[in-house]
Design a protein around this ligand. Structure first.
Ligand code: ACO
Length: 326
């Protein structure tokens, strides 16, 4: 089987910052409530940029950082819960935007596990020799599918995109893979369909009137998130000769600081082991793990040979993790 490495990352978030304070003007909430319950202080909200716009910008950065050309990309996998349209896929729109003319393109729906699922799928394609170079993107315009009158959900999410280029390599970069789904718990996090208009931007008066907004049972998702992080870390390490001490950072889905706090306690590690940037971006679903990863790369936190553990969990319910050697 061929070996696989992540050779470049990129991310993009919209310019508009919406603080907790600003949200307290449209729903009955406060900076104190949001930051103490979730760790989130602000998020980015798209003003007219669709998922494909943000995805294309993140993709171009990842391609540049990987030192490859768009024509070298054989496969584009785009994870999103908020595609621009049902047809064409957002992956095909991105292909055209970035001129990756030789790629086969498709979207996947795995909610907040999307980026990890995408890397997993791309890894399988490269291992079998079916493709040499793959682009994985996680991108969301969640502001379109939020009920901006529901304080239980609208304070948690943000918009953004992330991307990674994976390539066949002489050295193995994907050391362990963990994945699964539990459809029986699907009802705990739902979103029926993507509206044509963005209720945040298009009409402040009708912000809460969409019947296809995200719904969530926060307590069930909290329990699920903690369980998956703990179980995922244990399962991923089992397939290797490493222990948690050998892992430089755990890069989790950026949902909520308190989920991380509980998981860290159960794993017996410091919260510092987890890389978090949810204070700045909120929960960007399929984009979140990749935005955190690219943030780490930009801050020069990863050196060649470092081992990191990515872990995602989300609607479906879905979950997945990877141990990556940088
Ligand atoms: N501002 C002020 N008050 C609020 C807000 C808000 N934004 N949201 C809820 N409340 C109120 C509730 O109405 C409730 O009031 P009541 O007691 O008068 O009825 C009170 O706060 C407590 O509500 P709970 O739901 O019990 O609050 P909890 O402590 O469970 O915190 C939270 C809610 C933060 C969502 C928590 O359940 C959680 O962290 N869940 C994890 C889910 C998550 O992070 N999801 C992210 C998306 S899913 C994913 O990424 C996989």
């Amino acid at each position: 089987m061929n070996k696989v490495r992540i050779i470049g990352t990129g991310s993009y978030v919209p310019e508009k910052i919406v603080t907790n304070e600003e949200l307290s003007c449209i729903v009955d909430t406060s900076d104190e409530w949001i930051s103490s319950r979730t760790g989130i202080r602000e998020r980015r909200i798209s003003e007219g940029e669709d998922t494909s716009h943000m995805a294309s910008k993140a993709a171009l950065k990842a391609i540049e950082n990987a030192g490859v050309k768009a024509e070298d990309i054989d496969l584009i996998i785009l994870a999103t819960a908020t595609p621009d349209s049902f047809i064409p896929s957002t992956a095909c729109i991105v292909q055209d935007n970035i001129k990756a003319i030789n790629a086969t393109c498709f979207d996947i729906s795995a909610a907040c596990s999307g980026f990890v699922y995408g890397i997993d799928i791309a890894t399988q394609f490269i291992r079998t020799g079916s493709v040499k170079t793959a682009l994985v993107i996680g991108a969301e315009t969640l502001s379109k599918v939020l009920n901006w009158k529901d304080r239980n959900t609208c304070v948690l999410f943000g918009d953004g995109a992330s991307a990674a280029v994976l390539k066949e390599s002489d050295v193995e970069g994907i050391l362990s893979i963990y994945r699964g789904s539990d459809g029986s718990k699907g009802k705990f996090l739902t979103c029926n369909a993507v509206p044509v208009k963005n209720p945040y931007i298009d009409s402040k008066e009708t912000m809460g009137d969409i019947d296809n907004a995200i719904t969530m049972d926060g307590k069930e998702i909290f329990k699920f998130g903690v369980k998956i992080i703990v179980q995922g870390v244990e399962e991923l390490l089992k397939d290797t000769t490493y222990s948690l001490k050998d892992i430089k950072y755990i890069v989790p889905h950026q949902a909520n600081f308190r989920i991380i706090e509980s998981a860290a306690k159960r794993l017996g590690v410091s919260e510092e082991k987890f890389y978090l940037n949810l204070d700045k971006f909120g929960n960007t679903s399929a984009a979140s793990v990749g935005i955190a990863l690219d943030d780490m790369v930009q801050k020069n936190l990863l050196q060649s040979g470092d081992k990191i553990l990515l872990i995602g969990f989300g609607g479906g319910l879905t979950y997945g993790g990877l141990i990556v050697e940088w």
